[in-house]
Each structure stands twice: as C-alpha cells, then as structure tokens.
Write a protein that binds this ligand. Structure first.
Ligand SMILES: [Zn+2]
Length: 211
C-alpha cells in the first residue's frame, strides 16, 4: 500500500513481549527522561509525541523508545521495544516488546547501518537548534521527510560523507535533529553541547505538526 505521496506505507510487525531489560536499557531510560525534562522529547498540544532514543544491541537490532511515548513524563522499560529487523526499502520493521516502534525507528536503523561505531542514537525536536544549525552542521536532503524511507536513505548518504561531531540536522523534518555516539553518554553530550549553545535563550517549539 502506498500513501498519497506514493510512499510505501510504514509497516510495523509488532510481537507483544515483556519489556527489554539490562543496564543499556537503564541508561537509555535515564537519558530519555533527562531529555524529556529539557523539552527535547515531549508532546505537542495536539497530543502528538516527539523524540526517541535507541541503543544498539550486541548482534543485530536495537532497543528504542516506542511510538506515542513522548508525552510520558517518567518513562520506564515498559515504554521501550526491541527492533529485531528493519527493511528501509520496504518501509517495514519487526519489533518485540510492550509497545510498538514508530516509523522514525527506520531513521535510527539507517544510522546503525551506516555508522558501525554508533552505539546510541538520539532524535529530538527543537526549533531554535534546527533553524540555527541547518546548513551549519551536516544536514539531510530537505526533500526527505520525517519517518520515510527517503529520510533513512538521506541519513545513510550523509553519514557516508561524514558527520564528524556525531550530530546532524534533518533538513526535511522541521525541528528534527539526530545525535549518535559510541555510548549513550557520548551521544547525549554531543547533543547537549550544541543545545546549551543555542537553546539557553529559549525553548523554541513552534506550532504542532506531525509526526
Ligand atoms: Zn521527529
């Protein structure tokens, strides 16, 4: 099935399972809740959540905060799921956990696929950072929209060209930025270093939009 723009519709094969566990998940929860407190992950007045964090698992796959969890103030393992396979061309993934994975999980998968050193990926929304850093930092093709196979492809292209600071702007996803690092701490520091430079003057969310 394709949508009105001719994209293949996102498909999530979700197997309900117990929450992912372990020290990596605990670290992710801590970082996620910190970013939620800063407003980099959250929910728009229209109820649509934004922002997600993930960590690569040994072998293949990754654990990621689930769809529609942005509004949760204090997330726990029950808000995370394990992506066991991802197929960008098919716009599809399989996950197991108490929540389903969002279409933006394919953007995370693109980072892990193109950047073998990446152990964590963080996706946040922040209008001021997005406006100030767009074009100043590596920026994905503005034609590629949020949560689409085109975005995943644009991310792969960008990473192959090099993203030295582990932080890039999603050109076609208003407010969207992504950070990655070998560890959760490294990815978070890369993001917050840029955030503290641009965001201390204000929060900067615009009118609600989707996703
Ligand atoms: Zn987003």
């Amino acid at each position: 099935m394709t949508d009105e723009k001719g994209y293949i519709q996102f498909r999530c094969e979700w197997e309900r399972a117990s929450a992912p566990a372990g020290p990596l998940v605990a670290e992710l929860i801590e970082v996620r809740n910190h970013l939620r407190g800063l407003g980099l992950i959250g929910v728009y007045p229209n109820g649509i959540g934004f922002g997600n964090v993930s960590a690569r698992l040994t072998g293949h796959g990754f654990v990621i905060s689930g769809t529609a969890t942005g509004g949760v103030q204090s997330a726990g393992p029950e808000h995370f799921t394990e992506v066991v396979w991802a197929d960008v061309a098919a716009n599809a993934l399989g996950c197991r956990g108490p929540v389903a994975a969002s279409s933006e999980s394919l953007s995370h998968a693109a980072v892990y696929g193109a950047e073998p050193a990446a152990g964590t990926v963080i996706h946040v929304h922040h209008l001021r950072m997005w406006e100030e850093l767009r074009g100043a930092l590596p920026t994905t093709d503005p034609q590629a929209e949020a949560g689409t196979p085109a975005m995943a492809d644009a991310i792969a292209v960008l990473l192959r060209a090099g993203v030295p600071d582990g932080l890039f702007v999603m050109g076609g996803h208003r407010e969207g930025l992504m950070a990655f690092g070998r560890t959760t701490i490294e990815a978070c520091e890369r993001l917050l270093t840029a955030w503290s430079r641009t965001a201390s003057a204000g929060r900067g969310h615009a009118a609600p939009h989707s996703p």
